[in-house]
Design a binder for this molecule. Structure first.
Ligand SMILES: C[S@@+](CC[C@H](N)C(=O)[O-])C[C@H]1O[C@@H](n2cnc3c(N)ncnc32)[C@H](O)[C@@H]1O
Length: 380
């Protein structure tokens, strides 16, 4: 018998809130939620762990009622802004590095209602395809500021093929929402095929699949129906996803990449760590009270364990960083000043406590000497 689905929740509320307050540029996330409740600054720079775990409704996501602040104060919070920056900047760097050298593929495992594809696509269209003046008009039309989302990146580029995998209940809703929104649909290259459990267009593939059957079902389907190639440079994304799976199953995915796609593969993971300190225990208790278990948390509980996961499999390079350090070292001073001008954050102590319980891990494996230098200039 199959295990029951985990009960995840997309991070669209937090992204939407962060976008509406100017922390990030994402005009698309609003299409995937009904209302965007205003959050505290801490919330906008972070999100509570239970935001990952509510049931995903099969309609535009509904905001949950605001938690009692006293309860929320005790919950782990991570940097929504840092998370989005880390993910989108890394995807953009990967595509940028390989651009003109090779085709690229991005595979978002458990993509939920993530909008990265659309954000990068509009930037690419605006900057590259259209004349600058048209580009600016187009960006304003969809609500993007002139400053690119990936601040520091001159322009967005798109992967040759961008795959989003999730359960059918998510992909069917997302496909429906995309087909109903002109601004989203306009960013897809023809021909667009949909109307069922997913959607595909030239270069963007929203596919239903169970990651627990990655090798047996998901990969064969990508290869046979959607042009996925095993020797094309590929970035796998797992944003709070692998940690939901039994470690044997998530390891099976990494083993499969190691053995079947060693030519040029990278992975970027964002997930919880440090379950054993007082705060980590509280995080686990909070999840348990909602019938949620992060099955991989104890298997890879630290920055070191996250790195070892890939190094012991022979990957060429691996790095990991917690969100507190990401905030301090990767967000430049000008950007910190911009964020400070948006809202006042008093709860720095809390922010640091919380954000030490979330991390990025980035690793790559490449047997092709042409690709190694390209990968080696990508860092979180
Ligand atoms: C916490 S959400 C994260 C969504 C998205 N990555 C983000 O950060 O916005 C976890 C996602 O993983 C998906 N997921 C969990 N287990 C899965 C599985 N076995 N197969 C496919 N998708 C899965 C869930 O449906 C959900 O959309």
């Amino acid at each position: 018998m199959k295990e029951p689905h985990p009960q995840p929740k997309p991070s669209s509320y937090e992204c939407s809130s962060a976008a509406s307050l100017g922390y990030i540029d994402d005009p698309f996330v609003k299409h995937f939620i009904k209302h965007s409740p205003r959050r505290t600054p801490l919330f906008n720079r972070g999100k509570s762990v239970d935001m990952h775990t509510d049931r995903v409704p099969c309609s535009p996501a509904q905001p949950r009622p605001d938690s009692n602040p006293d309860v929320r104060r005790g919950l782990p919070v991570i940097g929504t802004y840092c998370r989005i920056r880390g993910i989108q900047d890394t995807v953009a760097k990967f595509i940028d590095q390989f651009s003109g050298v090779s085709e690229t593929q991005v595979v978002s495992l458990g993509a939920g209602y993530d909008t990265t594809y659309f954000v990068l696509k509009v930037l690419h269209t605006s900057y590259s395809t259209l004349k600058p003046s048209h580009g600016m008009r187009r960006m304003h039309a969809v609500g993007l500021n002139a400053a690119p989302v990936c601040r520091g990146q001159a322009k967005g580029k798109v992967a040759t093929r961008y795959y989003e995998i999730d359960f059918a209940e998510i992909t069917s809703c997302k496909a429906m929402m995309i087909s109903r929104k002109r601004t989203l649909k306009a960013l897809l290259d023809l021909p667009i095929k949909g109307g069922g459990l997913g959607l595909s267009s030239n270069g963007y593939y929203l596919i239903n699949g169970d990651l627990r059957e990655f090798e047996q079902a998901v990969i064969p389907m990508l290869v046979s129906k959607y042009g996925f190639k095993l020797d094309t440079p590929t970035l796998f994304l797992s944003e709070c996803v692998l940690i939901y799976l039994d470690p044997q199953r998530s390891d099976a995915i990494i083993d499969w990449i190691t053995n079947s796609m060693p030519t040029a593969s990278a992975i970027l993971v964002y997930e919880q760590i440090n379950p054993n300190d007082r705060f980590g225990q509280m995080m686990i208790q909070n999840l348990k009270s909602r019938n949620i278990t992060l099955k991989g948390l104890h298997a890879y509980p630290s920055l070191e364990a996250q790195r070892e996961r890939y190094s012991k499999r022979g990957w060429n390079h691996v790095e990991s960083i917690d969100i507190a350090t990401f905030h301090d070292q990767r967000v430049d001073q000008a950007e910190k000043s911009r964020l400070a001008s948006l809202e006042i954050l008093d709860e720095w102590e809390e922010f640091y406590l919380l954000s030490r319980h979330y991390c990025f891990a980035f690793a790559y494996i490449s047997t092709d000497p042409r690709y190694q230098p390209l990968f080696s200039s990508i860092h979180i």
